[in-house]
Design a protein around this ligand. Structure first.
Ligand code: C2E
Ligand code: MG
Ligand code: MG
Length: 426
C-alpha cells in the first residue's frame, strides 16, 4: 500500500489532473472499528495479521486506477480517480465503493486458526479540481468518518459542510462563553412564583447578552458551560448575584418576604466545596438563607447519592430549601427520591403544557401532586400559560405555579413593579 507521503503526492497529482480535465473524484477515509481492543486483548501480532487481511480485501474493492494508502495505524485512504462529469456521479461511485468495502469486511477473518470479526467506519468527500487542498479533503473525509463512528460504526457518511458550520459555531460560542463572565455579559431575570393566589417569590434565570446583540438562551449555553467546566464560575456568579438581590429586597417592606430560587447544575453541586461556595455567597452578601431556595434536578441522583444527601442536610441546617426541578423528565427513582431531604417538587412544563388535552399528562400532574402530598412536600407547577391550566392544577390540589400567564422572566425592576401592583388570583 502507498504510505502517507505517497498518498499526499499522488492525491495531489489526482487533484491537478481533475483541474486539468474538469472531472470529479472522491476520497474515502476508512478506520477499523475497535482495532485497539483487538491489539490489546489478543496481541499486536494478531493485530498486524488483521491489518494485512483487511488491506487485501480493500485492494479487491477498488479499481486499478484508484489509490489505496495506509494513512495511520488502522486507517486507510482510498482516492477514487477523477473520472466523473459531476460531483453527484463521484458521490454515487464513492457510495458504491464504500458499501462494497463495508460488505467485504463483514465476513469473518481467519487469524492463526481462529475467526475474528472486524468492521470499518467510512467517511467520504468529493472533489473537483484543486478547489480544496489535499489536507483539506482528508480533513473533510476524516470529519465524515467520525460522523460514521458516532452513528454506531460499520457505516458510511459523506462530508456535509453543515457539520463544519455546526462545529465552527459551537467552537466560537465556546470561545465567547469563556470571556462572557469577565465582560459582564450575564444577567439575571426573575420569574414570579405564585402561591395561594399571590406572589411569594421568584425564580432567577440567567441570560447571556451576546456581543452580537442577541440574547442566547440558557438551554443553549448551560450544557456548553457544563461540558467546559465553566459552569463552576458561572454558577458561583449566579449564586452571588441572587444573594445580592435578596439583600436589596430585604430593605423594602413587601419585597422582604420574597423567596428566590436559583438553579444548580449537577456538575456544580458535585464539586467537593459546593456547600462552602453557597455559604460564602450568603455570608459575603448578608442574605437571609431562609429566603434562598436551590433548584436541583434528578441528574443529581446519578451521582454519589450519600454525598448529595449529606450536602443537602448541611445546607438545610442554615435554612435553605430544596426544590426538585423538571420532575419526571429524568432519572426518577422513587426509592432515592424518598431519601432526598427535599422541600418541593416542580411539575415539569412538558406535563403542564398539555394538561388539558392529554389525559396522560393530566394523570402525571395529578400523580405528582399526590406524591408530593404523601411525602410531605410542596408542589409547584412551571410553564403555566393559561387560566384553564391554572384552574385545573388548583382543582387538583396544586395552587403554586409560575408561567407566562402571569409573567415571563423579567429584569428585577419589572418584577418588583409586578409585586407592588399586588396581583392576586382566586
Ligand atoms: P428551568 O429551570 O426548568 O426553567 C424554566 C424555563 O421555562 C425557563 O427557560 C423559563 O423562561 C421557561 N418558562 C417559564 N414560564 C414559561 C411558560 O409559561 N411557558 C413556557 N413555554 N416556558 C416558560 P429558560 O430561562 O430559557 O431556562 C432554561 C433552563 O436553563 C432552565 O430550566 C434551567 O434548567 C437552565 N437555567 C437557567 N438559568 C440557570 C442558572 O442560573 N443556572 C443553571 N445551572 N441553569 C439555569
Ligand atoms: Mg428551574
Ligand atoms: Mg424546570
Amino acid at each position: 500500500l502507498a504510505n502517507r507521503r505517497m498518498l499526499v503526492e499522488r492525491f495531489g497529482h489526482a487533484l491537478a489532473a481533475s483541474a486539468a480535465n474538469g472531472q470529479c473524484g472522491a476520497v474515502l477515509m476508512l478506520d477499523l472499528d475497535h482495532f485497539k481492543t483487538l491489539n490489546e486483548t489478543r496481541g499486536h501480532e494478531r493485530g498486524d495479521a488483521l491489518l494485512r487481511l483487511v488491506a487485501a480485501r480493500l485492494r479487491a474493492c477498488v479499481g486499478q486506477d484508484d489509490l489505496l494508502a495506509r494513512h495511520g495505524d488502522d486507517e486507510f485512504v482510498v482516492v477514487l480517480a477523477g473520472t466523473h462529469a459531476t460531483l453527484e456521479q463521484a458521490r454515487t461511485q464513492a457510495r458504491a465503493v464504500g458499501e462494497r468495502i463495508l460488505g467485504a469486511l463483514r465476513a469473518p477473518f481467519r487469524i492463526e486458526g481462529g475467526l475474528h470479526h472486524a468492521t470499518i467506519s467510512a467517511g467520504a468527500a468529493v472533489f473537483l479540481g484543486q478547489e480544496e487542498a489535499v489536507d483539506e479533503l482528508l480533513r473533510q473525509a476524516d470529519m465524515a468518518m467520525h460522523q460514521a463512528k458516532a452513528a454506531g460504526r460499520d457505516t458510511l457518511r459523506f462530508y456535509d459542510p453543515r457539520i463544519q458550520t455546526q462545529v465552527q459555531a459551537r467552537a466560537s460560542l465556546e470561545r465567547d462563553l469563556r470571556g462572557a463572565l469577565e465582560l459582564g455579559q450575564f444577567e439575571l431575570r426573575y420569574q414570579a412564583q405564585v402561591r395561594g393566589g399571590r406572589i411569594t417569590g421568584a425564580e432567577a434565570l440567567v441570560r447571556w447578552r451576546h456581543p452580537g446583540g442577541n440574547t442566547v438562551s440558557p438551554a443553549e449555553f448551560i450544557p456548553l458551560a457544563e461540558e467546559t467546566g465553566l459552569i463552576m464560575a458561572l454558577g458561583d456568579w449566579v449564586l452571588r448575584s441572587a444573594c445580592a438581590q435578596l439583600v436589596l429586597w430585604a430593605r423594602q417592606p413587601r419585597l422582604a418576604e420574597l423567596s428566590l430560587a436559583v438553579n444548580i447544575s449537577p456538575r456544580q453541586f458535585a464539586q467537593s466545596d459546593f456547600v462552602a461556595q453557597v455559604l460564602a455567597a450568603i455570608a459575603g452578601s448578608g442574605a437571609n438563607p431562609r429566603r434562598l431556595e436551590l433548584e436541583v434536578t434528578e441528574g443529581l441522583l446519578l451521582q454519589d447519592v450519600e454525598d448529595t444527601i449529606a450536602k443537602m442536610i448541611q445546607l438545610k441546617a442554615y435554612g435553605l430549601d430544596f426544590s426538585l426541578d423538571d420532575f419526571g423528565t429524568g432519572y426518577s427513582s422513587l426509592a432515592y427520591l424518598k431519601r432526598l431531604p427535599l422541600d418541593q417538587l416542580k411539575i415539569d412544563q412538558s406535563f403542564v403544557r398539555d394538561v388539558l388535552v392529554d389525559p396522560n399528562d393530566a394523570a402525571i400532574a395529578r400523580t405528582v401532586v399526590a406524591l408530593g402530598n404523601s411525602l410531605g412536600l410542596r408542589v409547584i407547577a412551571e410553564g403555566v400559560e393559561t387560566e384553564a391550566q391554572r384552574v385545573f392544577l388548583k382543582r387538583h390540589g396544586c395552587d403554586a405555579w409560575q408561567g407566562y400567564l402571569l409573567s415571563p422572566p423579567v429584569p428585577a425592576p419589572d418584577f418588583e413593579a409586578l409585586v407592588r401592583r399586588g396581583v392576586s388570583f382566586p
